[in-house]
Design a binder for this molecule. Structure first.
Ligand code: PLP
Length: 238
């Protein structure tokens, strides 16, 4: 296909470019909300297009994929691990990962601390709270979190910083249910926020994806993770 024809076809189907979709979403986000551009399954050239439009924070859900992309892309990108983390793979990202969203157990946290120490770093993490009714979603209860942070062992972790909470709502069209789940995460954040330790100081509420980020922001999110609305639909389910 000639490049011109491609442009015409793109125009006819009113398809916006990655850059346009990114800037469009950014223009609608309140200033206090951080955008994580979720680039999982997307090629380097798509990430570069978003990068060249000013985006610096990208989210991936597979460690191997994130490592491969990190090696090929500019150094000033901040890489967020947003997926479920297997303990034995933490070592591959410990040298560069900027924020780990899905910390859902203490053993994992200890491993992150250990690997961060090897690189002489302190790695920022979020605790994942289980807010969805679906069994398939990972996460801890508020009680689990309280137990962890009040333990002696937690106070010995000098190479991690818990900076917030992350949650994923149920995959449903029922807005009331999603709202209830987001409100629950925000209320847990407010309760846990009263505690402040050297390695635990909550600032980030990571909730909201392409389909529900506006609702999430209305419920108190200050970090949204948006993939398909920026990069288009993914070819395979992740
Ligand atoms: C894939 C993913 C997203 C982005 O989903 P979209 O619907 O494409 O915006 C956000 N958060 C997590 C944890 C994800 O795995």
């Amino acid at each position: 296909m000639s490049p011109n024809l491609e442009v015409v076809l793109q125009f006819m189907s009113f398809k916006m470019s990655i850059s346009e979709q990114l800037l469009n979403i950014k223009s609608q986000l309140p200033k206090h909300v951080t955008l994580v551009a979720v680039s999982k399954t997307k090629p380097i050239k798509d990430i570069l297009e978003a990068y060249n439009s000013g985006q610096r924070i990208f989210g991936e859900n597979k460690i191997q994929e994130m490592v491969e992309k990190q090696e090929q892309l500019p150094e000033d990108i901040q890489w967020h691990m947003i997926g479920h983390v297997q303990r034995n793979k933490v070592k591959y990202m410990a040298s560069f990962v900027s924020l780990i969203h899905g910390v859902d157990n203490f053993k994992l946290l200890k491993e992150i601390n250990k690997q961060a120490q090897k690189h002489n770093r302190i790695i920022d993490c979020l605790f994942q709270l289980k807010i969805a009714e679906e069994d398939s979603k990972f996460g801890m209860t508020q009680n689990d979190i309280e137990t962890i942070i009040s333990s002696e062992e937690f106070s010995e972790l000098k190479h991690i910083n818990i900076v917030g909470l992350m949650g994923m709502a149920t995959f449903t069209d029922n807005e009331n249910q999603i709202k209830k789940e987001f409100n629950y995460l925000k209320s847990a954040f407010d309760v846990l926020n009263s505690k402040e330790l050297f390695n635990f100081k909550l600032e980030i509420v990571s909730m909201g994806m392409s389909g529900d980020y506006k609702l999430a922001i209305a419920c108190g999110s200050n970090m949204v993770r948006i993939g398909s609305s920026i990069f288009g639909e993914r070819q395979y389910i992740n």
